[in-house]
Design a protein around this ligand. Structure first.
Ligand SMILES: NC(=O)c1ccc[n+]([C@@H]2O[C@H](COP(=O)([O-])OP(=O)(O)OC[C@H]3O[C@@H](n4cnc5c(N)ncnc54)[C@H](OP(=O)(O)O)[C@@H]3O)[C@@H](O)[C@H]2O)c1
Length: 468
């Protein structure tokens, strides 16, 4: 009898199965299309204790009771379909773990539906891509604590290991795990876009080659910006296409795809009323990129007058590093605020410091700056908005002139910087005592009698604006 079962042998499932087996647990695997299973068993499995099954019944019967089954299938309908296929063969007390990028509301629904049948269910965010799945991902399981206890030992062993412990923790109740993974991806979108905008300035304003940009990114990666995304970006810059000998990044079409987690983060932030403009604008930037044909046409119709002034290369590079740090900090700050608000709204009971700890290794947004964020959160656990900390304010104020300079410079050169701009504007909004929202309220009251409050007396007011 096998310790655990895994369904879905695409890139993530294959590597996760190998990871589990290499930690000396026996694994049964199943995939809807048998060819994929055969190929996996033939080409990837060596000495690992992995057994393949080609029908669900024998797959389930091969597992020790209470059974533990990880689903690594495409998010959405396939998860529901797999659950339906499994149900006839499962017993009360068995556990299903959905390791895909499922929408958190689907996970809540599944937890409740399965609870009625006595089946336990965990919604587990898995980050780190192919390499993470194999060598140690960041794992974000959520659901009932009883369910977590059943697989805790395995999860802690297969997760990435850092000096702060394994990158896995019980994230919280209900769909907390998938919620945290969704916001992780929202932050990921924002940081990726901020790096891309910085790259755009380096190539179009300073006219640097990919190799030179790679050198700068590599240097930054040795400092405060040290992170997985910075590391892969410098490696991408230096990579030459085998076929043409040219830098591959220059040959890639500028249309950025998306699978939905970034969009869900934005939609959820709007629903919960928590501002996450940097995360939202990163999604918009990908959407905008898809209008390639229109962009090409429009670019031919306008004349851009570039400034004649010569820019100071060293200053621009230095300010770009600070601007990127500013934007990365603000993106994390927005995402964490969203998580903490959701934790209250949905009774997740999430420990933000633990979330930051398990993002330190394995996952795509792992970064040196996480230690700084954890310090801020440790200061005051109730401080869900990081900006309330003196340390955060001085970190950002230290860099504000740089990001102001860079966002102005990019406009002189007609360059869009949706995430850098929105990070700065978010901060400026948060530190502004008087926003022009008084005029918005007056307009709403003018056309819709929506009423307004006053700063000089209590109460709700309406004015007949054209009565005089
Ligand atoms: N790729 C990444 O870097 C990454 C990182 C973190 C999380 N994730 C998440 O992890 C999950 C797996 O990702 P992936 O990239 O490995 O694979 P994927 O392309 O998202 O999904 C392919 C897998 O789903 C199975 N599948 C699709 N429809 C099915 C259905 N109706 N019934 C049963 N099985 C079905 C496929 O089986 P067939 O072989 O039969 O088609 C295949 O095993 C996804 O939720 C993904 O969002 C991916």
């Amino acid at each position: 009898m096998k310790d655990i079962g895994l369904i879905g042998l695409a890139v993530m499932g294959q590597n996760l199965a190998l990871n589990i087996a290499r930690k000396k647990y026996s694994v049964s695997v199943f995939n809807r299309t048998p060819d994929r299973t055969q190929e996996f068993m033939k080409n990837k499995v060596k000495d690992e204790e992995i057994a393949a099954y080609y029908d669900i019944k024998s797959f389930v019967e091969s597992l020790k009771k209470p059974r533990k089954i990880i689903l690594m299938v495409k998010a959405g309908k396939p998860v529901d379909e797999m659950i339906q296929e499994l149900l006839p063969y499962l017993d009360k007390g068995d556990l299903i773990i959905d390791g895909g990028n499922s929408y958190f509301k689907d996970t809540s629904r599944r937890i409740n539906e399965l609870k009625e049948r006595g089946i336990l269910y965990l919604g587990m965010g898995v980050s780190g891509g192919e390499a993470g799945a194999l060598h140690g991902p960041s794992l974000m399981p959520g659901g009932s604590y009883d369910a977590y206890e059943m697989v805790k030992e395995i999860l802690l062993k297969i997760a990435a290991q850092t000096e702060a412990g394994p990158c896995c923790t019980y994230v919280g109740n209900d769909s907390a795990g998938h919620f945290v993974k969704m916001v992780h991806n929202g932050i990921e979108y924002a940081i990726m876009q901020a790096i891309a905008e910085v790259y755009d300035v380096l190539r179009k304003v300073l006219k640097l080659s990919p190799e030179e940009i790679g050198e700068i990114f590599e240097k930054w990666n040795n400092g405060v910006l040290n992170s997985f995304l910075m590391e892969i970006s410098y490696k991408i810059m230096k990579y030459k296409d085998k076929e043409t000998g040219k830098y591959l990044v220059d040959l890639i079409l500028d249309e950025a795809e998306q699978k939905g987690t970034g969009k869900w983060t934005s939609q959820t932030s709007l629903d919960l009323g928590i501002p996450t403009p940097s995360l939202n604008l990163a999604v918009e930037a990908r959407t905008l990129s898809f209008f390639k044909e229109a962009r090409v046409e429009l670019s031919k119709k306008v004349t851009k007058t570039y400034p004649s002034i010569k820019v100071d290369k060293e200053k621009v590079i230095n300010d770009l590093e600070n601007a990127l740090l500013f934007s990365v900090f603000v993106s994390f700050s927005q995402g964490l605020w969203l998580i903490s608000e959701a934790s209250k709204a949905f009774n997740y009971n999430i420990d933000l410091s633990e979330v930051l700890r398990i993002w330190k290794g394995g996952c795509i947004i792992r970064a040196k700056i996480l230690d700084f964020l954890r310090d801020i959160i440790k200061e005051n656990k109730e401080n869900v908005n990081l900006l309330n900390s003196e340390k955060a304010l001085s970190f950002l104020m230290d860099k504000i002139d740089s990001i102001k300079y860079i966002t102005n410079l990019t406009k002189d050169f007609y360059l869009p910087t949706l995430v850098l701009n929105s990070s700065l504007d978010y901060f400026l909004s948060m530190i502004e005592e008087n926003l022009p929202a008084n005029l918005i309220q007056a307009q709403r009251d003018f056309f819709g009698a929506h009423t307004y409050r006053r700063i000089d007396k209590e109460g709700i007011f309406h004015t007949e604006w054209e009565a005089n």
